[in-house]
Design a protein around this ligand. Structure first.
Ligand code: SF4
Length: 384
């Protein structure tokens, strides 16, 4: 699949060469980052819009530019078992490699105006800002880091040098080699599992369920990346008892009972404006089904549901982290994540006392006096 030519040029300071592609016998070049396998002629862009062909290679046209920055609670990603209570510097670029009809972020993911939307941020600038703002992590979150993996991995490396973690919020629709590269630089991931039938994936997201299942299994069994999963429940499309039972059954069998699962509420948007918002009762029903199937940490989001926002000890059943939306009201875990009552470990990443960021959301503007192209992480050719 290819978009028309769109002003791609390696002379642009935000455009960098990439390596995940190969030439085809018919003269086209295939991008190998994701299963879309866009086959491009000179000047064409892929479905994600930020990768395209120029000078007989595939380039990334959004290296070092962002659609905005915000400091959020880590619970908003959502990650409930990763440095609880800490703040995360969230950002994204533009474009997406899925085409979800229900996209809740379509102004960014479907943007074709990256020049006007974006602000510049070299990896070191971002890492320094995260440190200055007291964030324990950065999150690639407003759109999928799969499509800007060269930028995401360089930001992650710059952050790690300062002791700051990297979080990928992704649909997990990525080919094995690119997947290994991307997640090799990440400390945590929240993967959207958008439904659990091939029909839903093909008709509503224009992707394939099997590729996402492979990513989930890979992350759980072949990496140290902390994994949580989110399913957005869309009334009448992916919220039947049977589909939820199939999803939860597979998760327990393939990934084990300790992977946290978040059910979140849909609101009418983009091309699914005729579908009503998800009723809170649907989220609670989904959570009940997941618990019945043996998942131990199941959450409901975007709704007032104290039980669905609490972490329970897998040993004694005590409420060890009580939340009200993104605010932690009570915290009874040790610095290493053991239950304060019985000592059983609660799965996750815990380092020291709970953070105190609270529910605040703080938009920030980054000054980038250097700009991409002059840092140790720069992939661009030297200026001539
Ligand atoms: S990353 Fe973009 S260009 Fe590459 S295959 Fe996927 S959609 Fe196509």
């Amino acid at each position: 699949m290819a978009e028309p030519a769109g002003g791609l040029s390696l002379a642009d300071r935000f455009t960098v060469p990439t390596i995940h592609w190969h030439a085809l016998p018919d003269g086209r070049i295939q991008c190998d980052v994701c299963p879309r396998a866009c086959r491009l002629r000179e000047g064409q862009r892929g479905l994600c819009f930020v990768r395209g062909r120029v000078d007989d290679q595939i380039v990334l046209a959004s290296y070092g530019r962002s659609s905005g920055f915000c400091v959020d609670p880590i619970e908003k990603k959502p990650l409930n078992h990763f440095l609880p209570g800490s703040s995360v510097l969230s950002f994204g670029t533009a474009g997406c490699n899925l085409a979800c009809r229900f996209c809740q972020n379509w102004d960014i993911s479907k943007s074709r105006q990256i020049d006007t939307l974006s602000s510049a941020a070299a990896p070191e600038t971002l890492a320094a800002a995260a440190e200055r703002l007291g964030c324990r992590s950065v999150a690639f979150t407003y759109n999928d880091p799969v499509i800007f993996l060269e930028y995401a991995t360089d930001v992650a490396d710059a952050c790690r040098e300062r002791g700051i973690r990297a979080v990928a919020v992704s649909a997990g629709y990525v080919n094995p080699k690119a997947r290994t590269e991307l997640f090799g630089h990440m400390d945590a991931a929240n993967i959207d599992l958008k439904g659990f039938t091939d029909d839903f994936y093909q008709k509503i997201t224009f992707a394939r369920l099997g590729a996402v299942q492979e990513t989930l299994s890979y992350l759980r069994h072949e990496t140290e990346v902390w994994l949580e999963i989110t399913t957005l429940l869309i009334p009448g499309h992916n919220d039947s008892d049977a589909e939820l039972a199939a999803e939860c059954g597979w998760l327990v069998e393939a990934l084990g009972p300790d992977v946290p699962l978040h059910f979140s509420a849909f609101h009418p948007d983009y091309k699914l404006r005729d579908v009503p918002p998800t009723p809170p009762a649907t989220l609670r029903r989904a959570r009940r089904i997941a618990l019945e199937h043996g998942l131990r940490h199941v959450y409901t989001g975007n709704v007032h549901d104290p039980a669905g926002q609490t972490t329970y000890c897998p040993g004694c059943g005590a409420a060890v982290v009580v939340r009200d939306w993104y605010q932690i009201r009570r915290y009874d875990l040790t610095d290493r994540g053991a239950c304060g009552r019985c000592g059983a470990p609660v799965p996750g990443v815990y380092e020291g006392p709970v953070g105190g960021w609270g529910a605040r959301r703080l938009p920030v503007r980054l000054a980038d006096p250097v700009g991409p192209g002059r840092s140790g992480h720069d992939r661009r050719p030297a200026p001539v």
